[in-house]
Ligand binder design. Structure first.
Ligand SMILES: Cc1cc2nc3c(=O)[nH]c(=O)nc-3n(C[C@H](O)[C@H](O)[C@H](O)COP(=O)(O)OP(=O)(O)OC[C@H]3O[C@@H](n4cnc5c(N)ncnc54)[C@H](O)[C@@H]3O)c2cc1C
Length: 453
């Protein structure tokens, strides 16, 4: 794979050729960092012949056109924080978007921003905050993941419950499509239903349908106030009752998260099941909604409901994944999602699967979205444990499907979940998925190993 035909020069000449397009110092042989992403399954490392870092959309188009002409595979790369192996190359060229790092426009009065693919997630959020606005999607790894990667994975975070994933905040894209054409889809226009929804097709396509170079983003005024509550429950079943009680209260929380007993133990806490609820809005509204949610949680059987300072809560929440991984040195986490009324079955199911494979297990995640990080702890040096964790993950995917859910609520298929979509979708839907890929990438050169159904 990668250098796909005999027509193209060997790696050294490939680097030289790319250097002629973007400047010699921006094309080189790949370093170890560009052959991996944040995938925690030890050992997932790709190979590539060159890394190229164009500075402009036009240079991206030139690189794509040349690779397409010469049958060279391309793996677009953002911050390399993906959890599905999508940025792990399998030969050919790693196309880094890092140098496209300009915020092209920020219009506070019009609630919009145009930013390039290489701007960090944290920068997008900060620039909006500085003018009293908010970009609500809040995936983790904000300092190191890039807007293009967020878009290509349709990322979301805790506030996705109320505000949706990144897709909900994009009104337009600039992208390079095969065989190397720069196109603009949508723009600063807030409504556009003229053609097929190619923006939605590219968002979440994990670098397999085109290379995103910039996006027009919708922003909203930042809420005047937020308040957060933590509610302890006896177990997952009771906690699910708490989630349903919050929904029935009619309050729309900004975030509605959960952590199970194993996850809490990893962070030094001894509750059996915890719900975190944040409400947002005007001062008076936040006070009233906070009271309503607290009452709903108490009536649903919460053992304890406490107010928390939102900033402290989110700082603590951001460290959970690391605390869990530290227990045994590593973990395999899969981001399945189920209908919200099946959440407790999924949480208990993760524990049962772990027990069957003799692995400590736990889960946490976005309760309101039924999205859990089902996690199996492992010692990364132990090949036997890694193999058992892989087998456990397969069972977790099957459980998510049996509960009417999906194998990925956040991270995408990448290379890790290759083949899983065919278990989830009917053959005709899988055929449509393949037809879309064939239509937009007829040579199959854009991230060829990723998102295979
Ligand atoms: C600590 C931590 C916390 C995380 N928390 C969350 C979370 O809360 N929610 C969540 O959804 N994810 C989360 N993730 C996963 C990851 O951060 C997201 O998937 C993120 O959006 C990936 O961005 P990236 O720039 O690192 O992309 P990369 O890892 O570089 O790439 C991801 C995929 O997108 C493609 N791609 C990248 N840039 C482009 C582009 N410009 N055009 C086309 N394709 C492109 C790549 O080919 C690859 O398939 C977390 C990861 C870590 C390490």
């Amino acid at each position: 794979m990668g250098v796909m035909s005999g027509r193209i020069p060997p790696a050294a000449s490939l680097v030289a050729e790319l250097g002629r397009m973007v400047g010699r110092e921006h094309a080189r042989a790949p370093g170890a960092a560009e052959l991996t992403d944040a995938t925690e399954v030890a050992g997932l490392r790709g190979r590539a012949d060159a890394v190229v870092a164009p500075a402009t959309p036009e240079e991206v188009a030139t690189v794509v056109a040349w690779c397409y002409e010469h049958d060279v595979a391309l793996t677009p790369r953002g911050g390399g924080t993906g959890y599905a192996g999508g940025a792990v190359p399998d030969g050919g060229v790693v196309l880094s978007l890092r140098r496209l790092d300009r915020v092209r426009a920020l219009d506070p009065g019009l609630w919009r921003m145009e930013a390039e693919a290489g701007v960090t997630t944290a920068t997008v959020a900060r620039r909006a905050r500085e003018v009293g606005l908010r970009f609500p999607p809040d995936p983790g790894a904000a300092e190191s993941s890039l807007l293009g990667g967020n878009l290509a994975t349709n990322a979301s975070g805790p506030h996705g419950f109320r505000h949706g994933p990144v897709r909900a905040w994009v009104t337009g894209l600039e992208a390079v499509l095969a065989p190397g054409e720069l196109v603009r889809l949508g723009g600063p226009v807030r409504k556009d239903v003229a053609g097929y929804d190619l923006v939605s097709l590219l968002v979440g396509s994990e670098g397999t349908l085109g290379v995103i170079t910039a996006a027009w983003l919708r922003l909203v005024p930042a809420p005047e106030a937020t308040a957060a509550l933590a509610a302890a429950f006896a177990d997952a079943r009771a906690g699910q009752g708490g989630v349903e009680a919050v929904l029935a209260s009619g309050v729309v929380p900004g975030a509605l998260e959960f952590l199970d007993a194993g996850t809490l133990a990893a962070t030094g806490r001894d509750e059996r099941f915890l719900l975190l609820v944040e409400v947002e809005g005007g001062e008076a509204e936040v006070r009233r909604e906070g009271d309503e949610v607290a009452r709903a949680l108490a009536e649903a059987g919460a053992l304890r409901v406490e107010a928390r300072a939102p900033a402290d809560l989110w700082r603590w929440r951001a460290g959970v994944s690391h605390a869990v991984a530290s227990r045994r040195g590593g973990k395999l986490s899969e981001d399945v999602a189920v209908p919200v009324d099946r959440l407790a079955e999924a949480v208990d199911g993760v524990l049962a699967i772990g027990a069957r494979h003799r692995l400590e297990a736990c889960s946490w995640g976005h309760a309101g979205d039924g999205n859990l990080h089902g996690t199996f702890l492992l010692d990364p040096r132990d090949a036997g444990e890694r193999a058992r964790a892989d087998a456990a993950a397969q069972e977790l995917f099957a459980l998510a499907l049996a509960l009417g859910g999906t194998v990925s609520g956040e991270h995408g298929l990448g290379v890790l979940k290759r083949g899983q979509l065919a278990r989830q979708w009917a053959p005709a839907a899988v055929a449509a998925h393949r037809a879309i890929k064939a239509a937009l990438d007829p040579k199959g050169l854009l991230n060829p190993q990723t998102k295979q159904p």
